[in-house]
Design a binder for this molecule. Structure first.
Ligand SMILES: NC(=O)c1ccc[n+]([C@@H]2O[C@H](COP(=O)([O-])OP(=O)(O)OC[C@H]3O[C@@H](n4cnc5c(N)ncnc54)[C@H](OP(=O)(O)O)[C@@H]3O)[C@@H](O)[C@H]2O)c1
Length: 274
């Protein structure tokens, strides 16, 4: 039976991926951030799924989770790791509390590397194993008021490229999944993150508009299944692609962005965030 570790598995894309891979007969190790999410995911899945707490920013939590996985795997290898955990802080860079920028990078970048380091020995024991990094179209195109999130996802693009080259000799495949906007709780959490910002006259109107837009995106976008399909392809294709753009926005916007001069793009993006 093929085995997979999924981080950030308590909601959104992560939870939907767990349910799908369980249905497809995988043995799934699901790392969830909030302990309250454990029974919820347990109820939706078979006993092939092990759900356990995992904070990707906490070294002892990663060690404990990895210990559990290694114990259950025994001498078997791990077929795949899906680095999915993530969060999004929104707001103007000028007023974003600097510790939030650190936390953004800690969760979306450092945490992914730390978790992957733990599982590489098990991945190397399995033929044709895979690491799937859940990036974003936000790692290819940046707009104002999401600078921290974009910085983290751009960084993940570089990490994916570097790791793909480093791990190729060991036959560990690395794929980046780059979804466009999908209806998951990340949007309302990002809207909520605006509460941590000091209120200013300079940005007041734009932050209010941003909050509305974030709430809307979380309701009107396509469902997380779109990203799940791409993750499943990256996990099961004989030769996975290096990058998976999710949906029309993720396919078209980065191409257009490369063709359009910076200041012209800025005007378009500023209209979006006005
Ligand atoms: N939804 C989209 O439009 C979209 C588009 C492109 C890319 N993505 C990416 O897709 C991935 C999944 O996001 P999603 O949309 O499914 O949102 P989500 O439902 O909020 O899922 C993200 C999960 O990561 C968890 N997480 C946050 N901090 C963590 C930490 N320190 N350790 C472990 N887990 C942590 C969250 O738990 P808590 O809620 O308890 O913090 C949550 O369960 C993210 O990497 C996101 O950037 C999403």
């Amino acid at each position: 039976m093929r085995s997979v570790v999924i981080t950030g598995a308590g909601s959104g894309i992560g939870a939907a991926t767990v349910v799908r891979l369980d249905r497809d007969g995988w043995r799934v190790f699901a790392g969830v951030h909030g302990p309250e999410e454990i029974p919820v995911l347990d109820r939706q899945t078979s006993d092939r799924v092990t759900v356990a707490p995992l904070d990707v920013t906490n070294a002892s939590s990663i060690k404990e989770f990895a210990g559990l996985v290694y114990l259950q795997l025994g001498a078997d290898g791990l077929h795949a790791l899906v680095d999915n955990a993530g969060k999004g802080f929104a707001g103007p860079l000028e007023t974003l509390p600097i510790e939030k920028l650190r936390e953004q990078l800690e969760v979306n970048v450092v945490g992914q590397v730390a978790v992957t380091q733990q599982f590489l020995p098990a991945l190397r024991r399995s033929e044709g194993s895979r690491v799937v990094l859940v990036g974003s179209v936000g790692g290819l195109v940046a707009v104002g008021f999401a600078g921290a999130y974009h910085a983290s996802k751009y960084a993940l693009e570089a990490i994916g490229d570097a790791w793909r080259q480093e791990l190729a000799p060991d036959d560990v495949q690395v794929a980046l999944v780059e979804p466009g906007p999908l209806a998951t709780p990340i949007w309302s959490k990002a809207a909520h993150s605006l509460d941590a910002l000091p209120s200013t006259d300079r940005y007041g109107d734009r932050v209010r508009a941003l909050r509305e837009r974030l709430e809307r995106m979380g309701k009107t976008s396509a469902g997380p299944e779109q990203a799940v399909e791409l993750i499943v392809h990256a996990l099961t294709a004989a030769r996975p692609r290096t990058r998976y753009a999710g949906g029309v926005a993720a396919k078209v916007v980065p191409r257009v962005r490369r063709l359009v001069p910076d200041r012209l793009f800025d005007r378009f993006a500023q209209r979006l965030t006005a």
